[in-house]
Design a protein around this ligand. Structure first.
Ligand SMILES: [Zn+2]
Length: 96
């Protein structure tokens, strides 16, 4: 089974692939009449990106009095971190 770190890395890879495919479509069909398809290729990475952020926001410690968020550890971009197999604050095993 994938742990949360692997799952999140997979989501980011998918997101990069989606953005790349949008770029390819944009490059292949410059200003032609395919607005519908361009919109689809734009909206899918956008909504998947929101989903990936939502997923990482919900990676929390399961211990009730800790409940520390493992990815968004603070309010700054520098507080972002990969989730580990153990809680960074209390050491609780997150994969059980
Ligand atoms: Zn914890």
């Amino acid at each position: 089974m994938l742990n949360q770190r692997k799952t999140l890395q997979l989501y980011i890879l998918i997101e990069i692939g989606l953005i790349a495919s949008y770029r390819v479509v944009e490059y292949a069909y410059p200003s032609s009449g395919v607005h519908f398809w361009k919109d689809v290729f734009y909206l899918v990475p956008l909504s998947f990106g929101i989903f990936a952020v939502y997923y990482s926001y919900n990676i929390r410690c399961k211990k009730q009095n800790c409940n520390a968020k493992q990815v968004f550890r603070g309010w700054s971009i520098f507080d972002l971190a990969w989730p580990n197999s153990k809680c960074y604050r209390c050491g609780e095993d997150l994969n059980k």
